[in-house]
Ligand binder design. Structure first.
Ligand code: PMP
Length: 409
């Protein structure tokens, strides 16, 4: 296990009591807290380096551009990207996937084609594909999941028989914690002739990611879920695909020459970064990555797996509690229900003990339908959580159960 007390001391917000209690923050799949190193990097950027990037002829603007491009190289190295110019900064996973659907999808998907997603996809890896298919008259095919919350490989195979243009799936499910066999899925999808889009929102913060080993084509990530600032994120793509794609947004920065009625475009990645970018977010994300690297992505993954395993072991002993998702091949996300207690009630009661968990459909309504629930409660762990917080979660849940007339086992 990691030295949680030491790590926790790096996160100012975690030292702040919540409802008079020590804060137990277990909503890391939604967003993570930020270490002092990230706060300092952002403040230092504004104190010493701020100017608009890529266009300044003066030293300050050159330093700002260097900070921004160094951050890009940092993101590229962290996920073993094909090249730094294959990293397009975005507001997060949602914008990255919309970029792929809006630029690659619009140019390559036609009437009668199919696009494949899975029943465990987050709305942000579903709705952009719905919009694309509706616009083009293409078919959206949703691959089913198994009873224990994995992608159903035989249904995946059947979906590929139609030779889809695009196959999209999450590396890690935000609602079930399932870690999908992404390299295997990408291989199958490529054999079926598709381009592969991986939603990396929940994998990049928690696993050692190597996009080249996965052999996907596009990989989306959110910086705010990995200790970085809100509004930071990236699309990581094969450079040759970005080269061939039309632009997504039009405006400054993304052009080369502009005439009255048409334009030529800048080289990648700038072709996809119209307007003044969020330099602060990129700089903060680079500092977050440096922090994660110091701790070690593999050690973080082991730590979270241990916390999730301990939580599941304890939760399943409480009569009336159902834990969703597989027992193995999972990350530090634990979704559960407790009898007929509404997950929102569970979250509200836990909040009184200073425990933050998520309750709701987790932006995965098709998945909730398949689980036959309207919502679940979800605890999601990160490197600053400890086993004592698992105990706090379980203790508070037992108290909630007692309030609703459930007797703990
Ligand atoms: N995909 C998954 C699996 C997620 O968990 C999330 C965030 N909840 C997203 C996509 C969307 O990320 P963002 O809101 O940062 O764009």
């Amino acid at each position: 296990m990691l030295d949680v007390a030491r790590i926790r001391a790096d996160f100012p917000l975690l030292g702040q009591p919540e409802n008079g209690r020590r804060l137990v923050y277990l909503d890391n799949a939604a967003t993570t807290q930020k270490p002092q190193a990230v706060l300092d990097a952002v403040a230092e950027y504004y104190r010493t380096t701020n100017a608009n990037v890529h266009r300044g002829a003066y030293d300050l603007a050159i330093r700002a551009t260097e900070a921004y491009e160094t951050a890009r190289a940092k993101v590229a190295a962290f996920v073993n990207a094909w090249a730094p110019e294959g990293v397009v900064f975005t507001r997060g996973t949602t914008e990255a996937i919309n970029l792929v659907a809006g630029a690659y999808g619009r140019a390559n998907v036609r009437a009668g084609d199919s696009v494949v997603v899975t029943a465990m996809d987050h709305h942000s890896n579903l709705v952009p594909w719905q919009l694309l298919c509706q616009e083009k008259g293409a078919t959206l095919r949703m691959v089913e999941i198994t009873e224990d919350g994995r992608i159903d490989l035989s249904d995946f195979g059947r979906a590929l028989e139609r030779r889809p243009k695009i196959v999209a799936f999450p590396y890690v499910s935000n609602a079930l914690g399932t870690v999908n066999p992404v390299a295997q899925l990408a291989k199958l999808a490529h054999a079926g002739g598709a381009v592969v889009v991986v939603d990396g929102a929940q994998s990049t913060p928690h696993l050692k990611v190597d996009v080249r080993a996965i052999e996907c084509d596009f990989y989306a990530l959110s910086g705010h879920k990995m200790l970085g600032p809100m509004g930071s994120g990236a699309l990581v793509a094969k450079p040759e695909l970005l080269e061939a794609m039309p632009p997504y947004h039009g405006g400054g920065e993304m052009i080369s020459r502009v005439w009255d009625d048409h334009s030529t475009y800048n080289k990648i990645p700038h072709k996809f970064e119209a307007g003044t970018p969020n330099v602060e977010a990129a700089v903060g994300l680079a500092a977050a990555i440096a922090y994660l690297e110091r701790v070690g992505p593999e050690r973080i993954a082991d730590h979270e797996r241990a916390l999730a395993a301990a939580a599941i072991d304890k939760l399943v002993q409480i009569e009336g509690v159902t834990v969703y998702g597989p027992r193995d091949h999972r990350a530090g996300v634990v979704s559960f229900t407790y009898g007929d207690i509404h997950p929102h009630d569970i979250a509200t009661i836990l909040d009184q003990d200073g425990i933050c968990i998520r309750a709701g459909h987790h932006c995965a309504q098709p998945l909730m339908r398949r689980l036959n629930v309207a919502a679940t409660a979800r605890a999601s762990f990160y490197l600053y959580n400890g086993l004592d917080e698992v105990d706090a979660l379980v203790g508070s849940l037992v108290k909630a159960g007692a309030l609703f007339g459930y007797v703990p086992a």
